[in-house]
Ligand binder design. Structure first.
Ligand code: ADP
Ligand code: MG
Length: 234
């Protein structure tokens, strides 16, 4: 079986000349279809940078990143755009458009895909909002939703178009314990139903139990890849 995400000898630098600083060191990582992989590690260790490179939000400089069979290093802008459409992104700050309702926010992500243009996108958006438990909030403006509800809209938006990959960067950071666990459980359930692969960055120990595998970043290096969540979560 070929990995969905394959990172090989990836090095990354920020800045130029005397300010040039290496932030990722020889990263090697394979993630297979349907896996939920959680990446932990201290602040500043390079987690967001790696996620942005894997998601085609930043261009890779040295090494190789293959996403769904596409080499991202040196890929054209159009090629990167094509790959990005198959990825759902969920960030710490939900990035909802506050002047749109929950349903309109979700609908926008469907409008990027030709295959949905002939379908009833309002109905599809309402269905996925139902699936994240927001059936009674679909006409609410983002500003009038709680933090946990906004993050559930963000999950609905990311998963509405059935992406093959979901990348999540500290999706529970601004949530209390209960809402944090609720949103990752929803993400886990939808991902399993849709057969999608998740790479999720967190330093929230309370959600490690949803992972199939945990990897750890420190000072720009992936230091271990183990089933340590079994130990951590008892
Ligand atoms: P994490 O997500 O683990 O907190 P980041 O990937 O955000 O870590 O950052 C890794 C390192 O790269 C840090 O030292 C950070 O200061 C640096 N860094 C991140 N983004 C930039 C940038 N746009 N320009 C320069 N340095 C950056
Ligand atoms: Mg980060």
């Amino acid at each position: 079986m070929k990995p969905v995400i394959s990172v090989c000898h990836l090095n990354h630098y920020f800045g130029r000349e005397e300010l040039r600083k290496q932030v990722l060191f020889d990263i090697n990582l394979d993630i297979y279809s349907g896996e939920i992989v959680i990446m932990t590690g201290p602040s500043g260790s390079g987690k967001t940078t790696l996620l942005a490179l894997v998601g085609g939000l930043r261009s890779a400089q040295f090494g190789s990143i293959t996403i769904l069979g596409n080499q991202m290093c040196g890929a054209s802008k159009q090629h990167v755009m094509q790959v990005r459409r198959q990825i759902g992104y969920i960030f710490q700050a939900h990035n909802l458009l506050t002047f749109l309702t929950a349903k309109q926010n979700v609908r926008m992500s469907l409008e990027l895909h030709d295959k949905y243009l002939e379908q009833d996108m309002d109905e599809l958006a309402a269905d996925i909002l139902n699936a994240v438990g927001l059936g009674d909030r679909i006409h609410y403006y983002a500003d009038n939703l709680s933090g946990g509800q906004k993050q559930r809209v963000a999950i609905a938006r990311a998963l509405a178009s059935h992406p093959k990959i979901v990348l999540a960067d500290e999706p529970t950071a601004s949530l209390d314990k209960k809402s944090g666990q609720d949103v990752v459980k929803i993400m886990q359930r939808l991902a399993k139903e849709q057969g999608c692969t998740i790479l999720l960055v967190t330093h929230d120990n309370r959600i490690l139990n949803i992972a199939d595998r945990i990897i750890h970043m420190e000072d720009g290096r992936l230091i271990k890849e183990a089933d340590e969540h079994k130990v951590l979560s008892g």
